[in-house]
Design a protein around this ligand. Structure first.
Ligand SMILES: Nc1ncnc2c1ncn2[C@@H]1O[C@H](COP(=O)(O)OP(=O)(O)OP(=O)(O)O)[C@@H](O)[C@H]1O
Ligand SMILES: [Mg+2]
Length: 378
């Protein structure tokens, strides 16, 4: 009863403000916004020109008085005012069609966020028009969204490979047991492809073209790649347009370093886990979420290297927002899982990119054909 009365006055929204994508869910209404986290602003006046898909469409083809910006970087706010402008415009869109004068927002914080970065999010949400703000740990939201939380209280492991961060979380029905992150994820793979084209092919292409190459050709198993793609780029040497053909094998080589960093982060978290938790992970395995997990054969690669059961969540891009939606629809979960700045500043949540757990199996041990690789690992 109270819930229905409340809905006349309050719009409750959940926000996954990601480095690459922003999703907004409205309580009782469903998924309302799914847009790239991109804004286009006037260079001279600072006025907002476009947000989301419309802004992304301008990237690389900006009119001369417009710049296209990503207000989020590595999972956290890179430019507060732009982030507030992006969120404000998208909240406005989400509010349209709903009733309620006040806006309550549940917003996800990545596990890699420092206490300062956590404190910034509510400020931005307020600046964007939210009247009340709650925070929730993204790893937990993803675990709820991907349905990996076990009712028996045993631990589950979740790896969320987004655009800017890879969050590695171990959670149970009682809350987060461990959460670590590395600031390497899908964007780093796109950058590696840009780098490959620039250095080895001496050709420059735009971000969107490199993303398309990644979507079409990238594979996490170098020996299971095939395909090629023709592209038009600009020669670094002559400045002229040049057509080149990129192979899946080259792309696999380019994304190997970010992949290794992600795999090492997962290994490091498992190695540091208490024995009972490690035993649960051994039994139930790992669930992958986030857009970065859509790289072909990534699940197979993690399974092969860590020798654990691994599966990709059914809706990897939406796991975080689905989890937050569950929390909004079941307020008792909110009381149970709400995050303040509960993680103390002295707790190290960010893994160094060169985290080297003792059990690293060199890639050379298994990039050969399958039978030999198995023996090498055996
Ligand atoms: N089909 C696909 N194949 C490969 N990569 C993909 C695919 N779809 C999306 N991605 C990549 O997924 C990343 C975005 O994932 P996601 O939306 O989960 O990130 P985010 O939540 O915005 O970022 P973060 O969680 O780091 O803040 C981008 O790097 C994008 O290129
Ligand atoms: Mg994310």
């Amino acid at each position: 009863m109270w819930r229905h009365v409340k809905q006349w006055f309050v719009q409750e929204l959940a926000v996954d403000l990601g480095t690459a994508t922003t999703l907004i869910y409205g309580r009782g209404r469903g998924l309302l916004v799914h847009e790239p986290s991109v804004v286009a602003v006037n260079k001279y006046t600072g006025a907002l020109v476009a947000v989301g898909h419309e802004a992304l469409a301008m990237l690389g083809r900006e009119p001369r008085d417009v710049v296209v910006r990503h207000p989020m970087r590595d999972g956290t706010v890179a430019d507060g005012d732009l982030a507030a402008a992006l969120l404000g415009a998208l909240l406005e869109r989400a509010r349209a069609g709903g009733s309620g004068r006040w806006t309550y927002v549940l917003i996800g914080v990545p596990s890699s966020a420092t206490e300062v970065e956590r404190a910034v999010l509510p400020q931005i949400a307020h600046q964007a028009g939210a009247d009340r703000v709650h925070l929730i740990e993204e790893g937990l939201a993803a675990a709820l969204g991907a349905d990996v939380i076990r009712p028996d209280g045993r631990a589950s492991m979740l790896v969320d490979i987004g655009g800017g961060t890879t969050g590695v979380s171990i959670v149970s029905a009682h809350g987060v047991i461990v959460a670590r992150a590395v600031r390497v994820a899908g964007n780093e793979m796109t950058e590696a492809i840009l780098d490959l084209l620039r250095r080895e092919r001496e050709v420059l292409v735009g971000w969107q073209v490199a993303e398309a190459v990644k979507f079409e050709l990238a594979s996490a198993l170098p020996f299971l790649t095939e395909g090629r793609k023709r592209l038009l780029g600009k020669s670094v040497v002559t400045g002229e347009l040049q057509e080149i053909e990129v192979t899946a094998e080259e792309v696999a080589r380019a994304i190997e370093r970010p992949l290794q960093i992600i795999l090492n982060a997962v290994r490091a978290v498992i190695e540091a886990a208490p024995p009972d938790v490690a035993a649960d992970i051994h039994q139930f395995g790992i669930v992958l979420t986030g857009g970065g997990s859509l790289i072909r054969h990534l699940d197979d690669r993690v399974r092969e290297e860590l020798r654990l059961p691994v599966r990709r969540a059914r809706r990897p891009l939406e796991a975080v927002i689905l989890g937050m939606a569950k929390v909004l629809e079941n307020p008792e979960l909110l009381a149970h899982f709400r995050t303040g700045s509960r993680v103390p500043a002295w707790e190290e949540t960010l893994l160094p990119e060169d985290a080297r757990p003792s059990s690293v199996i060199p890639i050379s041990a298994w990039t050969q054909e399958r039978p030999r690789r198995r023996r090498a690992m055996g």
